[in-house]
Design a protein. Structure first.
Length: 318
């Protein structure tokens, strides 16, 4: 399965799911390579090479499972063990310190894998290939919904990219296949997003629904329509259906949904953080442990993360 065979990466992943194929899909874009392992058409693991993605610890802080102070303590414990024969992983240390249960760790690892696939779908101009039957050593076995992953990726598409994803389908009237509650569960939607599904009833066009401004409605109807159209769970026709009496129209102003926080990606955000840390370091006494020279790349990352987290805590305190 070379790039372009199915038009888009999303199309390629959906094809793997429909045909229940097993193997490794390798995706390269923006100096990052992501290896996604499929088993029977379902994604079960993903690893990133190149520019590091979001570390497990920062994901746990972003999702408020750990506090910044707990995060820093885990990093300190990992840094203190450097130079020993035992390699400690963040999750194992967090469990040992009592900050996480094994169940919570499993959920966090699953979430980390899910966001790796979401990021792979977010990157533009991706090249990809699928190796049938391939398995990566140490691949995990995570229960992931490909439809929910695609929906999360589409949420963060820019407007032009969303329009391109449904190019040529704008004039067609769109109707949902299946019951709204079943589709909502399949795509991991909020209750507010599920209520919006009732408006996808064949009386509005794709262009009309994707033009609805989420800031005015509180529901990102454009992302919903694009994701459902790409996944093939809607019917398109050139004539409208008759709206049943009392059926809801496109949403006006329902309560805002609870949305998953966006994974940090922007280089300028990183640059601003680094600049703030440098300024803080210039006016504060040393808050980092005694400096030691890393012996390998892993040690360098642990020590860098330790310094970063101590700086974050200092900034929060000031």
């Amino acid at each position: 399965m070379p790039s372009g065979e199915h038009g888009t990466l999303i199309g390629a992943m959906l094809d793997l799911g429909e045909k229940r194929r097993s193997g490794v899909l390798t995706v390269s874009a923006e100096e990052v390579t992501t290896h996604v392992t499929f088993d029977g058409g379902a994604p079960i693991d993903a690893v990133e090479e190149g520019t590091p993605g979001e570390p497990l610890g920062r994901l746990l802080v972003r999702t408020r499972v750990l506090s910044p102070e707990q995060h820093a303590k885990v990093i300190d414990a990992m840094a203190s063990s450097l130079g020993t024969n035992k390699e400690q992983k963040f999750g194992e240390v967090a469990v040992a310190l009592g900050f996480l249960t094994k169940e919570k760790l499993g959920e966090a690892l699953r979430e980390q894998v899910r966001w790796r696939i979401v990021r792979a779908l977010q990157r533009e101009n991706a090249e990809y290939r699928f190796e049938e039957g391939a398995q990566r050593p140490g691949a995990g076995l995570h229960d992931l919904s490909l439809d929910a992953i695609i929906f999360d990726a589409v949420r963060w598409f820019e407007g032009e990219r969303r329009r391109a994803a449904v190019e040529g389908r704008g004039p067609f009237y769109v109707a949902l296949r299946g019951q709204p509650n079943a589709v909502a569960r399949r795509f991991g939607m909020t209750p507010e997003e599920q209520s919006a599904l009732e408006t996808i009833d064949g009386t509005e066009t794709v262009a009309d629904l994707t033009a609805v401004d989420s800031s005015e409605t509180g529901v990102d109807l454009a992302s919903i329509v694009v994701a459902l159209t790409l996944a093939g769970v809607v019917e398109l026709s050139d004539a409208p259906r008759v709206r049943p009496e009392g059926a809801p129209r496109a949403p006006s102003r329902p309560p805002p949904p609870t949305r998953a926080s966006e994974p940090p990606r922007a280089n300028d955000r990183i640059a601003r953080t680094v600049a703030r840390l440098k300024k803080a370091q210039a006016r504060m006494p040393s808050v980092a442990p005694e400096e030691r020279k890393p012996e390998n790349e892993r040690e360098a990352r642990v020590l860098a993360e330790q310094c970063f987290q101590h700086g974050v805590i200092h900034l929060r305190a000031n």
